[in-house]
Design a protein around this ligand. Structure first.
Ligand SMILES: [Mg+2]
Length: 430
């Protein structure tokens, strides 16, 4: 089985999204997704990574991840390159599952569960007004979620307080006012609802501590990214000061950035974003690193449906999977997932169900490629040159007659040169 073609799909209606489809010579098609900077992502795929993969076996996923990472790490790796790797890695796992006729979670070692608890991130789409309600009428929102069987939510309750001063200042009364939606939820439904706050990295450490302490009496589920994860020490201070667990989150890319946060206890809830941090391959390793430190993993979402499917496989497999982020405004009737994939994710009684069928368990709808707002780019040729010398050095170390030396790969071996000289007819084929 060989990879024959890789395409990226972009729709104007969803300006942040990129979908990747990898085709094989035996008829499989693997699906991946990433979010943000689609032109940069498509550039990384078609200029760098797709030519590396064309003609190779799609089953050598670890090797491909390593080759692509080594290439991306010629210039610091995180960014469009790792988003591209994340989408490609997901598509390779999809193919591997189809070839084995197994869901991906079985290829990761099998299922620890058949569903995972989910929480609602209160983004909104179409007629859904969850975001407005989270800020303006949070008690009603909490009752509505409980009616759907969902008993955990997350929102960025403090963003609008941070924006005027880039998180450097809190005005008198701000702490009380930013707690008002949380107070409304507690008044409306008591402790029936778990409440997480996402600071979106907008605060400095001093204000993050004040905000976390102000919210602690409400028994918060976690405090996520009150500060940006640019150093471990600040998060250790924050984790030490707050009762609520500190969640370190989607901005960390690959196991290398998660490593110190997990090992040193600065990430009390570990939240990798699968389609940014390196795909299924890397998210599984990050989950395992968290498991070794007795920390839960809660994959990040609020992007597209393929991410939720891929994360669902991690959540079924990883023993320490805690809860999965989803957005009911996106997956419910009237949301945008229905425009894109078939089947849609299934959330029942506040739980995301295990995907069914081989591979990821979903496909882009046939209608997606034919849309008038679609841009499809295709690569079907292998690499003709080496980028930065990143994956194949032009030299090799050889040993002949007990002597080791370096030569160019394209050099004619000395033994064959000797046999060529001895062929008097001059017809030796080198
Ligand atoms: Mg977040």
């Amino acid at each position: 089985m060989k990879i024959t073609k890789i395409e990226t799909i972009h729709l104007k209606e969803f300006p942040a999204a990129t979908w990747v489809q990898i085709y094989t010579d035996n008829g499989h098609m693997g699906l991946g997704e990433t979010w943000f900077g689609p032109r940069a992502v498509a550039g990384a795929i078609h200029e760098i990574f797709a030519p590396m993969l064309i003609g190779k076996s799609p089953l050598e996923i670890e090797k491909h991840w390593r080759d692509m990472f080594d290439m991306a790490n010629a210039f610091g790796y995180a960014g469009a390159e790792m988003r591209a790797v994340s989408a490609l890695d997901t598509a390779l796992w999809d193919i591997a599952g189809q070839e084995a006729k197994q869901p991906i979670y079985n290829m990761l070692g099998g299922a620890c569960r058949d569903r995972i608890r989910t929480y609602n991130t209160c983004a909104q789409y179409g007629d859904n007004k969850d975001m407005d309600m989270a800020m303006l009428d949070a008690g009603t929102l909490a009752k509505s979620l409980l009616d759907d069987g969902i008993n955990a939510l997350k929102w960025a309750f403090t963003d609008c307080f941070a924006d005027p001063t880039r998180g450097t200042s809190l005005k008198p009364g701000d702490l009380d006012l930013m707690c008002e939606p949380i107070r409304q939820i507690r008044n409306a439904v008591g402790n029936q609802m778990d409440i997480a706050n996402d600071g979106h990295g907008r605060w400095n450490l001093n204000n993050a501590i004040r905000i976390g302490k102000a919210m602690d009496p409400f028994d918060m589920f976690w405090q996520e990214e009150l500060i940006q994860p640019t150093n471990v020490e600040s998060h250790l201070i924050l984790a030490h000061e707050l009762v609520a667990p500190v969640c370190v989150s989607e901005r960390l890319v690959t196991k290398y950035q998660f490593r110190d946060y997990i090992q040193r206890g600065a990430a009390e809830v570990v939240m990798p974003d699968l389609i940014w941090t390196g795909g299924i391959t890397e998210t599984r390793k990050i989950a395992n690193m968290a498991e070794a430190e007795l920390r839960p993993v809660a994959p990040h979402d609020c992007t597209g449906p393929v991410n939720v499917f891929a994360c669902a496989h991690i959540c079924m497999n990883a023993p320490n999977a805690f809860i999965m982020e989803t957005v009911r405004a996106f997956y419910s009737k009237g949301g945008f997932y229905d425009k894109l994939v078939e089947p849609n994710i299934k959330v029942v009684d506040g739980h995301l169900l295990a995907p069914e069928g081989p591979g990821l368990g979903t496909r882009l709808k046939k209608s997606v490629r034919g849309r008038s707002d679609a841009t499809i780019e295709v690569t079907d040729e292998p690499a003709t040159h080496d980028h930065w010398g990143g994956f194949t050095a032009p030299y090799e170390v050889v040993e002949e007659r007990g002597r080791r030396f370096v030569r160019r790969r394209d050099a004619v071996p000395t033994t064959r040169r000797r046999s060529a000289r001895s062929d008097k007819a001059g017809s030796t084929k080198l």
